[in-house]
Design a protein around this ligand. Structure first.
Ligand code: NI
Length: 168
């Protein structure tokens, strides 16, 4: 396994819309393993392929405390909003390091996706899992958590990210 370089906001490549995976082959399996490694190393709970500059519809997630319960979603689709109730969570993003913002999203959704065997499965995601999946699926559309914030706040974060990049 290898860790991959994570694109940092405002890198324009993060705005790319990802394409569906046609076939879940060995290269896709290797990519999901590298994405998991990269996510764990960054102490994240979710990562979209977009964030490692691979524009395919793949996300990896692990919300367990022990970091031993990875979920891989290939070509994920939200098929149902199960609970319209909006919950607010403090969200972070490996592409916007050090920033946490309260965002509101539906608290339960049903998702269909392919697993690493290429088999379709259905997942009912609630609370934090629902939030993470929606956050990561946004990445596949080229959308980011900063897009939900005011222009002023987004601009402040943009400047901060550029400053951090320069000082590294
Ligand atoms: Ni993110």
């Amino acid at each position: 396994m290898a860790t991959l370089k994570i694109l940092i906001f405002p890198d324009p490549k993060l705005r790319t819309v990802a394409r569906p995976v046609k076939q879940v082959d060995d290269s896709i399996i290797k990519l999901t393993q590298d994405m998991l490694e990269t996510m764990y190393e960054g102490d994240g709970i979710g990562l979209a392929a977009t964030q490692v500059d691979v524009h395919k519809r793949i996300i990896v997630i692990d919300i367990s405390n022990e970091k031993n319960d990875p979920i891989v979603l290939i070509n994920p689709k939200i098929t149902k909003v199960i609970n319209e109730e909006i919950k607010s969570y403090s969200e972070g993003c490996l592409s916007v390091p050090g920033i946490f913002e309260e965002l509101e999203r539906p608290s339960a959704v049903e998702i269909k996706a392919l697993d690493i065997d290429g088999k379709e499965f259905t997942l009912v995601a609630e609370d934090i899992l629902s939030v993470v999946i929606q956050h990561e699926m946004d990445h596949l559309e080229g959308k980011m958590m900063v897009d939900y914030l005011s222009n002023l706040k987004r601009e402040m974060i943009r400047k901060k990210m550029i400053k951090q990049r320069v000082s590294k």
